[in-house]
Design a protein around this ligand. Structure first.
Ligand SMILES: Nc1ncnc2c1ncn2[C@@H]1O[C@H](COP(=O)(O)OP(=O)(O)O)[C@@H](O)[C@H]1O
Ligand SMILES: [Mg+2]
Length: 318
């Protein structure tokens, strides 16, 4: 089965500012893919391009086989989009707004009527059908936003930070709603909350400063992040013996030396078990062998830095 969403080499400049660079990915039918990255990473920009709201500077995006630029109408009929800020009309009632959204999408009146009933049930808005949107809490407005996104029965749902700014109880309910909807849709959702992707997604793309820097299952990413500590050490001494001595240190998983040849000044990269600070042992090993320690530093993984920037003040025990 070809990808439901196919994104190739997407690049977007705002004036001179490069917001996303060479972003490529594919989402298969039925997948729930999380777009995880700190603020300013380029999540919204990417989503606005794949929903046809913003043209790319370079690259292409297609949904259900339709290019978002050349076949925008067809592509968009397959997409339901919950933007970062939903353009709700506060003086409309919930069902009035949904009827309006159905009409501007060209849905037939009968179908609009049926679908309003269905989405109001699915989004548990039954008690608020005739309530003015302006009177609803942020969490309920978000449900109305989701209801309009699924109204025309799109194959693909694009949800931009669906739980941002709503209270904790509503967050739980909104996530449950997304879970329910994911049974019958292909979903791309963005978040800067790490536990949220573990809860909802079967694949995660990590985006930072406009680039996709990692892609994996939430579980594997977790393992990778908890796995290792990295050190870089520069030693003046015999290469083979130094490699051997470093490898013997307890807690060391792997040592690599990229420099080669006969030089006796080399940089070694050491991977160690998480939670071990090997700097004291490494320096003692070097000195006791009579070699010179020229440099020694912890190397933070780029992925780890990104995760540190992500909001994790939410309940982690999920
Ligand atoms: N309309 C715009 N004009 C100029 N810069 C923008 C515009 N929209 C977003 N940006 C910049 O592009 C980068 C990516 O933004 P965005 O896609 O909104 O990231 P995210 O959704 O991950 O927070 C940010 O540095 C942001 O300031
Ligand atoms: Mg955003």
């Amino acid at each position: 089965m070809a990808g439901m969403v196919e994104v190739k080499n997407l690049t977007k400049y705002y004036g001179n500012f490069l917001a996303i660079e060479d972003v490529s990915f594919e989402v298969k039918r039925g997948e729930i893919v999380g777009f995880l990255g700190p603020n300013g990473a380029g999540k919204t920009t990417t989503m606005r391009i794949i929903t046809g709201f913003l043209p790319p500077t370079y690259g292409t995006a297609a949904v259900a086989g339709y290019d978002l630029v050349d076949k925008s109408r067809q592509a968009r009929s397959h997409i339901g989009y919950l933007p970062e800020t939903v353009p709700l009309y506060l003086d409309m009632t919930v069902e009035g707004y949904l009827a309006f959204m159905g009409a501007i999408r060209g849905m037939k009146p009968n179908r609009i009527k049926t679908r309003i009933g269905e989405v109001i049930d699915a989004c548990r808005l039954g008690d608020y059908r005739r309530t003015h949107i302006g009177k609803l809490s942020k969490g309920f407005r978000q449900r109305v936003g989701i209801a309009q996104a699924v109204l025309h029965e799109p194959d693909v749902l694009v949800l931009d930070e669906p739980t941002i700014g709503i209270d904790p109880i509503q967050v739980v309910e909104t996530r449950q709603l997304i879970k329910d909807l994911s049974g019958s849709h292909t979903v791309i959702l963005s978040t800067h909350i790490l536990p949220e992707v573990s809860m909802l997604c079967n694949r995660v793309l990590i985006i930072n400063e406009g680039l996709i820097v990692a892609e994996d299952t939430p579980k594997e990413l977790g393992n990778k992040l908890q796995g290792v500590e990295r050190l870089e050490v520069e030693i003046q001494g015999p290469r083979t013996e130094a490699l051997e001595a470093l490898q013997k240190i307890r807690g060391v998983i792997e040592v690599t030396c990229s420099t080669n040849g006969d030089s006796d000044r080399n940089v070694y990269k050491i991977q160690a078990r998480r939670g071990l600070d090997l700097r004291p042992t490494v320096s003692r090993t070097v000195i006791s062998n009579g070699w010179s320690l020229l440099n020694l530093q912890l190397v933070s993984m780029s992925l780890e830095e990104i995760f540190l920037k992500l909001t994790t003040d939410e309940e982690i025990n999920v």
